[in-house]
Design a protein around this ligand. Structure first.
Ligand code: ACO
Length: 431
């Protein structure tokens, strides 16, 4: 196929649109000159057909169920790498050597303490505060402590600070919610181990880490580490495009992730499974509700904007869930419920014809439960995992000479110009 240019006619105007072909042969029409030449814009609510950037970080083939970070398959990374290894890969572009990884870990470990004054922020929240709100506001306030920094050195230092401190902030937000004393980070522990220690240790006794749980958490973080231009990542890029600093951009990404159609789905899945269980396990009823267009109910953890075959992360998580729950001797009725619901939905023509399969959130909550992580922390776990991806994408945006402030257009459908109505004569406007 000759794909040098695409030809478009809009009313009386003709335009040749240059074609960009990616390294995996994805094709994009470059419409940068469209409005200037034809006066028209494109309409794409939800941006399902719109590329916002060229990127070298993550590749997804949603039809084939492929996910790769910097060319490495998610399956290989989940099996062989650690989360910090993958974080380094995403942020710096290549897998680190052993000494490089050790240095990276040491740097992060040495920045994991929070400024003592920041503890007062946690104290100001009610115990019922959703940990995602606490996470996003405290990340945003990091810019009050650590100046945004323009040099590469300062930006790199802020990146290390953020990776280090997000672990601590996440664990502190949990300790606050249950009224236990904060447990400070320990430099000799790995990233996942340190998080579990800060979450579950108490000053009054020794806390023993279970290597199986540590490894499972590490894998879950890897599986969430990046996912190209999804809602929260595009938010990070959008905020970053205005020149806002790293902490403000990531804080906005955390807020975007909290929604139930995005990262918040992992919490919603558990609520849905519990509801189905309490309702006597009537799966068909809920599958029918999800298919009914007059009913707002959707199968949470099902469907994806990009994956129309299966989500490779869900496949890995389902396998690990079986293995880990078996090894830990946990019999979680929600795992059986999830499997049965998945089977019934996948046999249904409605889901098959729309390419709706379990996504990453469908089984992840069951694993978090097995580790003792409470439901209101699930989306925080997602944010911890996604952080290196957000950072890598933010850096790519900053370095890309093609970057302009994100500023979509619209087609205006409102009133044409009309005469101003004085306040005493407005009654008729509301009849
Ligand atoms: N249950 C029932 N029907 C669904 C579901 C679902 N979970 N998801 C999509 N559909 C249907 C839609 O009603 C629509 O049907 P139609 O063509 O007859 O109108 C069709 O499938 C396409 O769905 P859209 O909503 O147009 O797809 P979109 O790409 O905009 O949305 C999304 C993707 C938000 C993930 C959607 O599938 C959804 O709401 N899923 C449930 C929430 C969820 O699990 N979110 C986590 C996603 S993964 C992540 O962010 C980490």
């Amino acid at each position: 196929m000759d794909v040098d240019t695409a030809k478009l006619s809009v009313q009386d105007h003709q335009i040749d649109l240059p074609i960009t072909v990616g390294t995996e042969n994805e094709v994009g029409m470059d419409i940068r000159k469209l409005r200037g030449t034809t006066g028209a814009i494109t309409m794409d609510p939800g941006f399902a057909n719109t590329g916002s950037c060229e990127s070298t970080i993550t590749y997804i083939d949603g039809e084939k169920g492929v996910l790769r970070y910097r060319g490495y398959t998610i399956e290989d990374l989940a099996e062989h790498s650690s989360f910090l290894d993958v974080s380094y890969l995403l942020i710096h572009g290549e897998l680190p050597t052993r000494p490089m990884l050790d240095d990276f870990h040491e740097e992060i470990a040495h920045h994991s303490l929070l400024h003592e004054d920041m503890k007062k922020f946690f104290e100001g929240y009610p115990a019922s505060a959703p940990p995602m709100s606490v996470l996003s506001t405290i990340v945003s306030s990091l810019s009050a402590y650590y100046p945004s920094g323009n040099s590469e050195e300062e930006v790199n230092l802020n990146i290390v600070r953020l990776i280090a401190k997000l672990n601590t902030i996440a664990a502190f937000s949990y300790k606050k919610s249950i009224g236990q004393p904060y447990i400070y980070p320990r430099n000799e522990l790995g990233y996942a181990s340190d998080f579990l220690h800060m979450m579950f240790a108490v000053p009054s006794e020794e806390y023993e880490l279970d290597p199986l749980i540590v490894r499972t958490l590490d894998m879950l973080l890897i599986l969430h580490a990046d996912h190209e231009q999804n809602c929260s990542t595009s938010t990070v890029r959008m905020v970053g495009s205005s020149g806002a600093d790293l902490f403000s951009s990531i804080s906005a990404g955390i807020s975007a992730l909290s929604g139930p159609l995005h990262g918040g789905a992992n919490t919603a899945v558990i609520a849905m499974l519990e509801m189905i269980g309490q309702d006597g396990g009537n799966f068909q009823k809920y599958v029918d509700k999800a298919k009914d267009k007059s009913d707002p109910f959707r199968l949470m953890g099902f469907g994806h904007r990009v994956y129309k075959n299966f989500d490779p992360r869900a496949r890995v998580i389902k396998r690990i869930a079986d293995e880990v729950l078996g090894k830990l001797g946990i019999d979680d009725p929600l795992l059986d419920l999830a499997k049965q619901l998945e089977r019934i939905a996948l046999e249904d023509e409605y889901f098959a014809s729309r390419g709706l399969y379990p996504n990453v959130d469908f089984y992840s909550g069951i694993l978090y439960r097995a580790m003792g992580i409470p439901t209101n922390m699930f989306t925080v776990m997602f944010a911890l995992g996604r952080l290196p991806g957000w950072i890598a994408q933010w850096m790519e945006l900053k370095k890309d000479p093609a970057t302009r402030i994100y500023r979509p257009r619209q087609i205006y459908m409102g009133h044409n110009q009309r005469d101003y109505v004085q306040i005493g004569s407005r009654q008729h406007l509301h009849q």
